[in-house]
Design a protein around this ligand. Sequence first.
Ligand SMILES: [Zn+2]
Length: 576
Amino acid sequence: MHSRTWLATICLGLLASPVLAGQPVMSDFTARSGEPRAPEQLAVVFEHADLSFRVDPVHKSIDGDATLTFRALKPLSRLVVDLDRNYRVESVWVDAEPVPAGDWENPQGRMTVPLPVALQAGQSATLRIRYSGQPHVAKNAPWDGGFVWSKVPSGEPWVASAVEGEGCDLLWPCIDHPQGEPLLVDEHITVPAPLVAPGNGIAMGMEEHDGWRTYHWRARSPDTYAIAINVGPFELLSADYDSRFGNTIPLRFWYLRGNEAKARTLFTQFPKMLDFFEGTIGPYPFGDEKMGVVETPYLGMEHQTINAYGNGYKLTEYGYDWLLQHEFAHEWFGNQVTNVDWDDMWLHEGFASYMQPLYLQWLRGDREYDAWLLDQRKTLANKVPIVSGHAMTESDTYNGKTGPGNDIYYKGSLLLHTLRNLIGDKAFFAATRELVYGTQDPRPGNFKPRYASTKDFIGIVNRVTGHDYGWFFDTYVYSAGLPELVSTRDRQGLSLAWKASGDQSFPMPIQVRVDGRDIDVAMRGGHGHVDLPAHALYTIDPHSRVLRARPYLEAWKDEAREHARREAANGKSKQP
Ligand SMILES: [Zn+2]
C-alpha cells in the first residue's frame, strides 16, 4: 500500500472500541458520537463551557471541573449532558446550589440534572460538574480514540487526547453531536511543572503554584471533539504572518525538546500553507486566535487552533508535509464550516482531501495535481453512497463495511475535481467560499463559524451557477456506484451513452481527443456522438476531468486482493 493511503485513515474511528486490559468498559452510548440529541439539548443555546482539567501523568487520571452555561430556547425543567459514566462524579451544582446525589442520574453516559426552578425561554442556568478518574485510554489513536499517556526519550510525560471517534464525552460533560459546539470555551489545564500545556484559542496566562502549572486558554466555537489536552516538555516557535486581508496571524508550534532543527524546517511551511488557503479559499478563520500546532504521540487530528501533528517531520516526494496540510485544511472545512450531522462528514474530509492535490497544483504544477488525484482514484469502494440522507453516528459513517468509510475522503475529493471542471473555477470557488463562510466576500470580522449540510452546498452550487445540478449530486453523492460511459464504435464514428445508478439522467459533458484534437461532446439527455475518420485514434476524457467507472481498475484491485490473499495463505503454510 502506498504510504499516502495513510491519509485515508486520518481522523477516523474506524474500529469498534476495544477494551484494554483492566480498562472499564465504555457504554455503547458513550462509544458512539452523534446520537440524536435529547429534547433538552435541542432546547438550549450552549453559551459557555468553563473547563478545568488537572492532569496527573503518574496515575493516568484527571480531575475535571466543568461549569456550563445554557440559555433556554423554551421552558425547561432539567438539563442533559453527555459524560462517560466511568468518571466518578464528585458533585453537581446548578447556579451554585448543590444538587443532591440521588437527584441526578447518569445510567448510560447521558446525564440528567433536574433544575430547582424551571427555566423560561431566554433564561440561563449554569451547571457545574466536578468529576475525576482515569479517562479511556486510546488503543490506536487517533482512529481508536481516548488518552495517550506517552513519554519522551528523556522520561518526561507526553500526553495527548484524541476523541473524534467516540466524542467529547470521553473528556468533559458536553453535547456529543456536531452541533453541540459551545459559543465560548475557557480551558484551565493544570500539569506538573515545568511541563507545558498548549490549548485551543488564545493564551490567557499561566500560574505556577506548589509544583503545578495552570495554563488558561480561551477559544470561540470550537468543534466538540477539537477540545484537546496536550502536555509535554515542549519548546515554542513563534512568528507573525501578515495576511493579505490586513490582519496579523500568530503562528505557534510547540515541538518536543530535541527536535528544534526539524521543527524549524517544518515551521517554514506554515506561511506557505496560509498563502495557499487564504489566496484560494479565503481568510484563515481563527486569525484573531492563532495558527497553532503541537507535536503529538499519534499521527494527527484537526484540533481547532492547536492541530495535532505526529507525522515525524516526513515529507512526501512532492516536498511537503501532507499531514500538516490535511489537518490545517480542516480549520476551513470542519472547524469554520461544521457539518450539521456526521452524515455530511464528506464536507470535512472530501474538501480537506481535495485541498491536497489543489495545494500541489499551486505548489508544484499540474502533473503533481493529477498524480495525487490518481492515487486517490485507486482507493474508491463505491459500495455505499457517501451521504445517506438520514442522521448518522460517527462510526456509522466511518465503517467501510456498512457505511461509506474512506469514500468520504477520496470520492469526495474526486467529485469536487469533476464539479470544478463542470462549472469552472469561478463558480466552483465562489460556491466553496459561500459554503465555508456563508458569504462570497469574507473578511476578518464579518463571519463566524457556521454549520452546513450537503443540501446547503447543493443549493449554493445551483444558485451560484443558475443551473440545477441535482443530477450531478444524485449520482455522485446519493448513489453508490459510479456512472459508466458506454462507448460504441461504428462506421459513422463513436456513440456515447451514460449509464448512471438507477437509470438517472446524467447529462455530463465529455471530451474526446480525435487524432490529437479535443472535441467537446455535450451529452444532452446522456447521449452523444463523435464522427470519426476511418482508423482514427481517439481517447475519451483525455484530461481525466470526469469521475466514472473504470472496470480495468476494479480488475486490477481484485487481482491485487487475490494476490495478497494467496501470499498470506502461503506465508501461513510455511509456519512451522
Ligand atoms: Zn481529515
